[in-house]
Design a protein around this ligand. Structure first.
Ligand code: ADP
Ligand code: ILO
Length: 347
C-alpha cells in the first residue's frame, strides 16, 4: 500500500467519523507515525478513504494504534460510545443481573436472538496487521481449544478453505457464517490470504458458534430462535468463561477488550434480535427516533450494510464501551420492548 503524503480527497464530503475528525492538521500530525508492528495511518484509514460511504471508516492494527493515533481515535470513540479519555471501562457478565423476561412469549415479533462478543489474542497484532503465520497459529490454537469442549458447547471446527461452496452459502443464508468479500474489511486489510486460516466452529444445535479470523480473531456467538434473551446471554457467558481459561485475550482497563474497529471496543458485544416491525418500517423517521432514544441500532436482515426483507429488522445495542455486558443486553432489551409497544399501536 502506497503511504499517503497528502490529505485524501475522497474524504471531502464524506459523512464518516473519519472524515469528521481527521482534519488536515491531524493528518499532518499523524501521517508519519508508526506502531511497533509497523502499522501506519494510511493503513488505519484506508477503508474509509476507499469507501467514503463508511459510517466510521477506520480500523487499527494493534492495541498501540489507539495510543499512537489517539488524536484521531479518541474523538471517534467519544462520539460513538459517549466515552471520554479519562473514563474507565467496566464488566459484568452475571446473567442474574439482567432483567429481561421474554418480551414476546407468543413469538409474534421476534424470530431469533443472537449475542456475540469479539476477542483478539493478547500480544498478537489485530487482523489488519497480522502476518499469515500468526493468523495460522491463532486458527490452530483456537480450534484445538474449541475441539476439546464437551456437552452443550461441544462441536466441530469447519475451516473455510475446506468447505464446499454449497455449505458456505447455506451457512451464510441461515445467518451462521460471515460473508466473503466485504469491501470495508477488504480495504482494511482484513481479507488477506482469504480463505486460509478462517473458519467456523459450532455445536450440533448451532446455538454456540465461534468465527475464527474474520474482523476479529474470535467472534464468540450464542444464538437461538425466539426471544429468550436471558438464555442466550447465559450460554454466551459460559462459553466466554470456558474460552478465557484457555486463551488470553487483549484487554486494558481503559478500552476493555481490544478490537480492530473502534465501535467494538469495551465489551465488544452486539446483542441483537431479528424482529418483524413492518409498520415501524413504514414510518422510518419514528423508527429511527425510538432507536436513538434507546441507544439501539437498526440493521438489515443479512447483517451490517444489508437491507431489511419482509419488514424484518436486526435491532442491537449501539454502545459497547463504558457500559457492562449486562447493560449492553439491557439496552437492546429496553429498545425492543419499546419498539414492540409502538408496533402494536401502529398495527
Ligand atoms: P456482527 O454481529 O459481527 O456485527 P453482522 O451484522 O454482519 O455482524 O451479522 C452477522 C450475521 O449474523 C448476519 O448473517 C446476520 O444476519 C446474523 N444475525 C445478526 N443478528 C441475528 C439474530 N438476532 N438472529 C439471527 N441472525 C442474526
Ligand atoms: N467500517 C464500516 C463498519 C463500521 C462498524 N462495523 C463493524 C463491522 N465494525 C463503516 O465504517 O461503516
Amino acid at each position: 500500500m502506497q503511504e499517503l503524503k497528502e490529505y485524501p480527497k475522497s474524504l471531502e464530503g464524506s459523512k464518516s467519523l473519519l472524515a469528521k475528525y481527521l482534519t488536515k492538521e491531524i493528518f499532518q500530525e499523524l501521517k508519519d507515525k508508526v506502531t511497533s508492528n509497523g502499522f501506519t495511518l494510511t493503513q488505519a484509514i484506508n477503508s474509509g478513504v476507499q469507501n467514503p460511504d463508511s459510517g466510521i471508516g477506520a480500523y487499527v492494527g494493534d492495541e498501540e494504534s489507539y495510543e499512537v493515533f489517539a488524536s484521531l481515535f479518541d474523538p471517534i470513540i467519544e462520539e460513538y460510545h459517549g466515552f471520554k479519555k479519562e473514563d474507565k471501562h467496566k464488566s459484568n457478565l452475571n446473567p442474574d443481573d439482567l432483567n429481561a423476561p421474554n418480551p414476546d412469549p407468543k413469538g409474534e415479533y421476534i424470530l431469533s436472538t443472537r449475542i456475540r462478543v469479539g476477542r483478539n489474542v493478547k500480544n498478537i497484532p489485530l487482523g489488519p496487521a497480522i502476518s499469515d503465520e500468526q493468523r495460522d497459529s491463532v486458527e490452530k490454537d483456537v480450534s484445538d481449544v474449541l475441539s476439546s469442549f464437551k456437552n452443550n458447547l461441544g462441536g466441530k471446527y469447519y475451516p473455510l478453505n475446506n468447505m464446499s461452496e454449497e455449505d458456505s452459502k447455506s451457512l451464510i443464508k441461515d445467518h451462521f457464517l460471515f460473508k466473503a468479500g466485504d469491501r470495508f474489511l477488504e480495504t482494511a486489510g482484513l481479507n488477506k490470504n482469504w480463505p486460509n486460516s478462517r473458519g467456523i466452529f459450532h455445536n450440533n444445535e448451532k446455538t454456540f458458534l465461534v468465527w475464527v479470523n474474520e474482523e476479529d480473531e474470535l467472534r464468540i456467538i450464542s444464538m437461538q430462535e425466539g426471544g429468550d434473551i436471558k438464555e442466550v446471554f447465559t450460554r454466551l457467558t459460559i462459553a466466554i468463561d470456558a474460552l478465557s481459561k484457555k486463551v488470553e485475550f487483549a484487554y486494558n482497563e481503559h478500552l476493555g477488550y481490544i478490537t480492530s474497529c473502534p465501535t467494538n471496543l469495551g465489551t465488544a458485544m452486539r446483542a441483537s434480535v431479528h424482529i418483524k416491525l413492518p409498520n415501524l418500517g413504514n414510518s422510518m423517521d419514528e423508527f429511527k427516533s425510538i432507536a436513538d432514544k434507546y441507544n439501539v441500532q437498526i440493521r438489515g436482515i443479512h447483517g451490517e450494510h444489508s437491507a431489511s426483507e419482509g419488514g424484518i429488522y436486526d435491532i442491537s445495542n449501539k454502545r459497547r464501551l463504558g457500559v457492562s455486558e449486562v447493560e449492553c443486553v439491557q439496552d437492546m432489551y429496553d429498545g425492543v420492548v419499546a419498539l414492540i409497544k409502538r408496533e402494536k399501536e401502529l398495527a
